[in-house]
Design a protein. Structure first.
Length: 270
């Protein structure tokens, strides 16, 4: 059974959780309940939590708790606090799907929980770039669940890179296909630079898209123009790396400045 912590001072959230009677049938133990930052810290010192729900009235108190979790519990999923029993069960179902994957017994022991969580984040942002995330609320909820450090409310960049060879030829050249190529792209492009997280993906149509987004809570002195210049140079270096180490030739064909990550949601106008 997965263990939960509910941190809330909101009566409707507490009442909604209280209405859930079949915790074990849903794969969870009844949650430990705390009402503020100090209570949450105390509970985490005494009890393991596989998932944490935060619904506090004071935004500063909530931000303080999120910062604490980022420092000491960066891989524990944070799930949404529903206002009705139905909402609570829906969000618990999302959490359970993720936890089942994180704690599955892999025949390949190279993967640990943090590795699988990173893979899940990568898959989710590929969905976002393919227009398969519907609303900004869906985006925000999943970013917390997956413990993404990217800031959904700040301007970000989307860099499109073209492969010199046609996609089908390039895919055939790689023994393990698209997955192997995407792994090479992540080795060359992915990472944090000047407070910005950089994430490459291969779209279903074969386009290579590199998302560059500021990290939440990390201040950067870069303006949008300076960020564009820095990331253009970084992408050029990474392209050289791909050519030198993997024999793949590419070039930048477009750089878009996005007002925020939620502009990529399919129900949101950019």
């Amino acid at each position: 059974m997965y263990k939960l912590l509910l941190v809330s001072d909101q009566e409707d959230v507490l009442n909604a959780f209280a209405q859930v009677s079949n915790w074990e049938m849903n794969g969870f133990k009844a949650p430990h309940i705390r009402h503020d930052f100090e209570g949450a810290v105390d509970s985490l010192a005494k009890h393991h939590a596989d998932g944490i729900c935060i619904a506090l009235s004071d935004p500063e108190e909530e931000e303080k708790l999120l910062a604490y979790l980022q420092e000491y519990f960066p891989d524990v999923s944070i799930f949404e606090g529903g206002r009705t029993e139905e909402e609570v069960l829906r969000y618990l179902s999302e959490l359970k799907i993720l936890l089942n994957r994180l704690h599955a017994d892999f025949y390949n022991e190279r993967f640990n929980t943090r590795d699988v969580l990173q893979i899940c984040r990568h898959e989710f942002f590929r969905k976002l770039l393919n227009g398969k995330v519907r609303t900004s609320e869906d985006l925000r909820r999943n970013m917390r669940l997956l413990r993404s450090r990217m800031d959904a409310d700040r301007p970000c960049l989307l860099i499109e890179i073209e492969q010199t060879a046609p996609y089908d030829q390039l895919e055939g050249r790689w023994h393990y296909g698209t997955d192997r190529l995407e792994m090479a792209l992540r080795n060359s492009f992915a990472g944090d630079r000047n407070g910005i997280h950089i994430l490459p993906t291969i779209n279903t149509d074969g386009r290579i898209l590199v998302l560059a987004c500021p990290l939440h809570g990390v201040e950067t002195p870069l303006t949008v123009n300076a960020m564009t210049a820095m990331l253009t140079a970084y992408a050029a270096e990474s392209i050289e790396h791909m050519k030198e180490y993997f024999g793949v030739e590419m070039h930048i064909i477009d750089i878009r400045v996005l007002q925020a990550l939620n502009s990529l949601c399919c129900d949101t106008d950019e």
